[in-house]
Design a protein around this ligand. Structure first.
Ligand code: C2O
Length: 516
């Protein structure tokens, strides 16, 4: 194991991911931001210099942060914001994890302004290794894009009229693949707009690729003529469908898929498609083009034989007509986590209550608890798990119109049961828990819970800290659709926290006039 150090500068810049110029946030001038790549056991140091004008916090999505909650990157929960002009160092150790992860800003919804990127951990323990199971890798990041800054949108969402006359998550202005989208410039008058070429993913013929799909919007993902052999869900290696044509993928989720480039020859080209799931957004206009495209191009010799667009056609399976996008395990295709744990047997549980999350970004819950203070339940939704064990969390999606992707920090969870309708505490207590799947439950860190349905997720409460549990639709997160689980408050007092992390909360770091 080695230590890998990354030096990042966050800054404001003019960019045009979908061809329309706007102010955005970039890291080292890049969008998507830089790749972090390491091996299991490595130590990852990221020096983050905040060259922007507002505070920042970077979260490492899916990294458990065992014993290092201070590096989880959530202002108001695990740190104070990195002030404009300052540098803060995150230290991640990935002792027990490998696979496909990502990182993103966790300040408001500024990830929607550009602060996101991939994080890949390789390991010889991975059941699929390069050189044996596949030859090369490609990362595909799916996302959406708005033409306004996120703080403007969030401020509007919190008003009675909402943003563009809606208080729900806005319909994206564009969909992006690897940071590139195509916007119809004919409707743009007040800013510069250039119609972009589609993003290209080059592959060599007669090879095999591990495609690491990282998703920041609800999509169905497919590559024309290339079945996807799914090998991992989030960071859990799976045994499951041999080959899918279309992959439903929720916000925050990742899938790894192996494809074989034996379909074409030098010069062949196929569309890569990411079709937005209508179930993720209310009021999608009927004329809205909900598919983002990229080109998978076969390049045998290092130089492209052609740059013409593919003539390939979309898979015509019936799932093609499905406008909903549930998790794989509810589409009739079985996907199971490999990992089981006998500690999954005895349980405690809580139900999410109706307290609206208030984020006190200069009073991180972690530090309140570390200093022996207590949390105010009437303003901060949280559940406390005092000791190590298994615990069930029941998440009811009361929303009858939208599917919500729930993400838990600090702990991957096991999906032991799910169903339609909502589940009360009494019904849960009356359940025969032997009907729960504790043999090979899906293990992941982000789960789509469809409209008017519930899921029971089981966690092992062995990682002391305060861990957000939130909807990963960034706009919902940005307006407070979040709770936390507090694991072993007594042990939180003993967590070691670097002085630099504590110092972020010094009064001198709080901008004048800013009190929350
Ligand atoms: Cu992907 Cu709370 O985060």
């Amino acid at each position: 194991p080695v230590t890998r150090t990354f030096d990042w500068t966050l800054s404001l810049a003019t960019g045009a991911p979908d061809g329309v110029e706007r102010e955005m946030m970039v890291i080292n001038g890049q969008f998507p931001g830089p790749l972090i790549e390491a091996n299991q056991g490595d130590t990852i140091i990221v020096n983050v210099r905040n060259g922007m004008t507002t505070g920042a916090g970077i979260h490492w999505h899916g990294i458990a942060q065992k014993g290092t909650d201070w590096a989880d990157g959530v202002p108001g929960v695990s740190q104070c914001p990195i002030p404009a002009g300052s540098t803060f160092t995150y230290k991640l150790t990935v002792a027990n994890q490998f696979g496909t992860f990502w990182w993103h800003s966790h300040m408001g919804n500024t990830m929607a302004d550009g602060l996101l990127g991939p994080l890949i951990i390789h390991s010889p323990n991975d059941p699929n290794v390069r050189g044996r199971d596949y030859e090369s890798e490609r990362i595909i990041i799916l996302g959406d894009w708005m033409h306004d800054m996120s703080d403007v949108i969030i401020a509007d969402l919190l008003t009675v009229d909402g943003y563009r006359n809606s208080t729900g998550a806005p319909v994206p202005d564009a969909l992006l693949i690897n940071g590139v989208g195509v916007y119809n410039c004919s409707s743009v008058t007040n800013t510069s707009c250039t119609t972009q070429p589609l993003p290209e993913i080059d592959v060599v013929p007669n090879s095999s690729y591990r495609i690491r799909i990282i998703n920041t919007m609800h999509y169905k993902f497919s590559i024309d003529s290339h079945p996807l052999k799914i090998t991992a869900a989030d960071d859990t290696a799976i045994s499951g469908p041999k080959a899918l044509h279309q992959l439903p993928i929720g916000i925050g989720q990742r899938y790894d898929a192996i494809i074989k480039t034996t379909v074409g020859t030098h010069g062949s080209a196929y569309y890569v498609r990411a079709a937005m799931c209508a179930a993720s957004i209310a009021n999608v206009p009927s004329n809205y083009d909900i598919t983002a495209l990229a080109v998978l191009r076969y390049v045998a010799t290092g130089s492209k034989a052609t740059t013409t667009l593919p003539s390939s056609t979309d898979w015509s399976d019936s799932v093609n007509n499905d406008t909903t996008c549930y998790d794989l395990d509810t589409t009739g295709t079985s996907v199971f986590g490999f990992i089981t744990n006998s500690a999954l047997e005895s349980i405690a549980h809580f139900f999410w209550n109706s307290v609206t999350w208030t984020n006190y970004i200069y009073k991180p819950m972690l530090f309140t608890l570390k200093n022996g203070g207590s949390l105010n339940s009437s303003i901060i939704t949280h559940a406390i798990f005092p000791s190590t064990g298994a615990a069930d969390i029941i998440i009811n999606n009361h929303d009858g119109g939208i599917d919500h992707p729930y993400h838990l920090h600090g702990n991957a969870f096991y999906l032991v049961s799910r169903g339609s309708g909502l589940l009360t505490a009494t019904e849960y207590a009356a359940r025969n828990t032997s009907s729960f799947n504790t043999t090979n439950p899906l293990r992941r860190d982000t789960l789509v819970i469809s409209r008017s349905s519930y899921a029971i997720i089981r966690i092992i409460t062995d990682n002391p800290g305060v861990w957000p549990l939130h909807c990963h639709i960034g706009w919902h997160l940005g307006v407070g659709k979040m709770a936390t689980i507090v694991v072993q408050p007594a042990a939180i007092r003993n967590l070691s926290v670097p002085a630099a992390a504590t110092a972020l909360c010094d009064a001198s770091n709080i901008p004048a006039g800013d009190t929350v």
